[in-house]
Design a protein around this ligand. Sequence first.
Ligand SMILES: C[S@@+](CC[C@H](N)C(=O)[O-])C[C@H]1O[C@@H](n2cnc3c(N)ncnc32)[C@H](O)[C@@H]1O
Length: 337
Amino acid sequence: MTEVKKQPSERLAFDEEGFRMSTPNEIAEYKAKRLKADSIADLGSGIGVQALNFAKASGRVVAVENNRRRLEECRRNAETMGITNMEFIEGDATDAAVAEKLGDVEVIHSDPSRMKRGTGWIFDDLSPNPLAISRIYRQENKSFDVPAFMQPSLLPEGWELEYISLQGELKRLSVYTGGLRKFEKSALSLPSGNRVLYNSDIQRKVEQAQRPGKWLYDLDGSILHSGLLPEFLDKNGGLELLYQDRQKTILTGEKFVTDPFIVRSYSVVDSSQSMDGVKKKLIERRASKVVLRYSLDPSRYYEERRNIERGLEGSATVYIFRFKDRYYLADKVETQG
Ligand SMILES: C[S@@+](CC[C@H](N)C(=O)[O-])C[C@H]1O[C@@H](n2cnc3c(N)ncnc32)[C@H](O)[C@@H]1O
């Protein structure tokens, strides 16, 4: 999947790492609206993409950062933007003396640094650690941005879980406590703002399709990782699960469907039982390139693709899916927007 690249604003001061860690502006704007308050503290503000958006939407904003250079960049960015409702504290957000300095702040927000050490994310990989922040800061209204692939079972009970994707790419899991909680669990697609909500009354078992229909669809990763596929299918009658692995969810149907959570659509144009048959059909379709959409060891992807593309002299790109040992050839549907 193509990565959504952040565009640095010309007006923003940043160091390379500070920019890499910063929040895409569309997500920062959304969260600023959702967390709007009289006062809000951003613990680990970085260069300030989120803190500056908080300052546009809320009253008093306190930026806490333990990296002096980054706090200075955050201060400069506020000055450049003419923002005057921000305060800056240099220090460790998990230090009780820093918590004391904040005073009565209504909302605590933190988008911690991620320092991957093992195979799965744990709270000790995050700095400042949200569990330490939860203990030290007594405010009931808190929101943390944690890695989207963090096991939900590690999160304290009662936190709202919101899986946020931007242009079809899962970006983060935002959690909310206290009065900030609105839903139990949801997947949110930005920039459209469409949301799929957890529904405890829905049958959770999803039947797999018997075969691909006329159309195939790549589903937004926020649906897979939030476990809200039953809700999505309930909302979009006529779609069925074709297959799912750790990276992708492919849906199918006989009718063409559009939805903000459908990232790409394909029309099935042919099929074959064997790879020799696939190659013949690729030549007939005047293909030059293929994109393999079936589960494959990533280290073998390019070799397999090169083997299939050898001898192709056309100009078309064909997408290849595999289901129950049969290959399906499909064209990508260009949708607007
Ligand atoms: C992911 S970045 C925040 C990016 C920010 N939300 C933005 O959009 O620009 C996390 C920041 O937390 C800071 N940090 C890490 N541990 C901290 C701690 N214990 N106290 C204060 N700041 C901390 C890091 O220096 C880093 O700048």
